[in-house]
Design a protein around this ligand. Structure first.
Ligand code: COA
Length: 260
C-alpha cells in the first residue's frame, strides 16, 4: 500500500510532505492522521531539517478535512476522540521547530484549511478553494479554526467566514491575507521550494529562534513578548553561526552556516 503521507527530503534540508490519499480528496482518516503524526515526529528529529513544505497529492484537493464517511459510522465518543486526534496532529504540525509552508494545491475545507492555518506561510494554486465549512455540517471548526483564523485574518473576517461556511477562491483568500501568494498549478510547488530555499540559506538556529519568538510572543502583551524575544535572541548569542555571519560580512562573502 502507498504511504498515506509521503516524505521526501529535498536539497538544503527541505522536507516535502504530501498528503497522499487522492481518491478521497486527501481527507483526514484516522489512519492518515497517525501517518502524519509519525512523519512529523520523524522529520523533527532530523537535525539537517531547515524548512517543511506540506501539500496534497493530485490536482483536486489539498485536504478535504475530516473523513466524513468514516465519521458517519462513529458514535459520539469516537467522534470526540477523532476530533481531538485531528487537533493534536495539527498542533504537532504548528509546533515543528522550523518554518512550514502550506502549498495549497486544491480544495482546503474544514480540517484541511485548519491544517494550513497551522503552517507559518500559505501559498495557493489559482485553482484552490478554501473554507471553514463546518457550520454547514452542523458542527464548528474543532482543530483550531475558530482560534487561528481570527489571529491570521482578524476577528470580523473570521466570524463572517465561519458563520457563512463560505468557500473562497485563492485570490480572495489572498486579499484577506489568509494566503500570501497565488500561482498557477504548475508553478505552485516550484514557488514553494524557492521560498523554502530562501529561508533555508539563513542560519538554522536563528530560523528556529525566530519562529519560537514569534509564536510565543504573538498572543502576549508587548512587554512579555519582548521578554520572549530577548530569551530567544540569547539562544543565538553563543552560536558559531553568529560569528560566521559577522566574519562573512567582514570578508564580503556569503556565510557558510552549519547550524551550530
Ligand atoms: N471525507 C471523505 N471522503 C471525501 C471527503 C471527505 N471530507 N471529501 C471528498 N471525499 C471523497 C468523495 O466522496 C469522493 O469519493 P467517491 O469517488 O468514492 O465518491 C472523492 O473523495 C472525490 O471527491 P469528489 O467530490 O468526487 O471530487 P470533487 O473534485 O468534485 O470535489 C471536494 C472535491 C473536496 C471539493 C469535495 O469532495 C468536497 O467538498 N468535499 C467535502 C469537504 C468538506 O466539506 N470538508 C469539511 C469537513 S468538516
Amino acid at each position: 500500500m502507498e504511504d498515506l503521507v509521503e516524505v521526501k527530503m529535498l536539497e538544503e534540508g527541505i522536507a516535502l510532505l504530501t498528503l497522499n490519499r487522492p481518491s478521497a480528496a486527501n481527507a483526514l482518516s484516522r489512519e492518515l492522521l497517525h501517518a502524519l503524526s509519525r512523519s512529523l515526529e520523524k522529520i523533527s528529529e532530523d537535525h539537517s531539517l531547515r524548512t517543511v513544505i506540506l501539500t496534497g497529492a493530485g490536482t483536486k484537493a489539498f485536504c478535504a478535512g475530516a473523513d466524513l464517511k468514516e465519521r458517519a459510522g462513529m458514535n459520539e465518543t469516537d467522534t470526540v476522540k477523532t476530533v481531538a486526534l485531528i487537533g493534536k496532529t495539527i498542533s504537532a504540525l504548528e509546533e515543528l521547530p522550523v518554518p512550514v509552508i502550506a502549498a495549497i494545491n486544491g480544495a482546503a475545507f474544514g480540517g484541511g484549511l485548519e491544517l494550513a492555518l497551522a503552517c507559518d506561510i500559505r501559498l495557493a494554486s489559482e485553482t484552490a478553494k478554501l473554507g471553514l465549512t463546518e457550520t454547514s455540517l452542523g458542527i464548528i471548526p474543532g482543530a483550531g479554526g475558530t482560534q487561528r483564523l481570527p489571529r491570521i485574518a482578524g476577528v470580523a473576517v473570521a466570524k463572517e467566514l465561519i458563520y457563512t461556511a463560505r468557500k473562497l477562491d485563492a485570490r480572495t483568500a489572498q486579499e484577506l491575507k489568509i494566503v500570501s501568494g497565488v500561482f498557477s498549478p504548475e508553478q505552485l510547488l516550484p514557488e514553494a521550494k524557492q521560498l523554502a530555499r530562501e529561508m533555508s540559506r539563513n542560519a538554522p538556529l536563528a530560523l528556529r529562534a525566530a519562529k519560537s519568538a514569534i509564536n510565543e510572543g504573538v498572543d502576549l502583551p508587548l512587554d512579555q513578548g519582548l521578554e520572549a524575544e530577548k530569551r530567544w535572541y540569547q539562544t543565538t548569542i553563543s552560536s558559531n553561526d553568529r560569528l560566521e555571519g559577522l566574519k562573512a560580512f567582514k570578508e564580503k562573502r556569503k556565510p557558510m552556516f552549519t547550524g551550530n
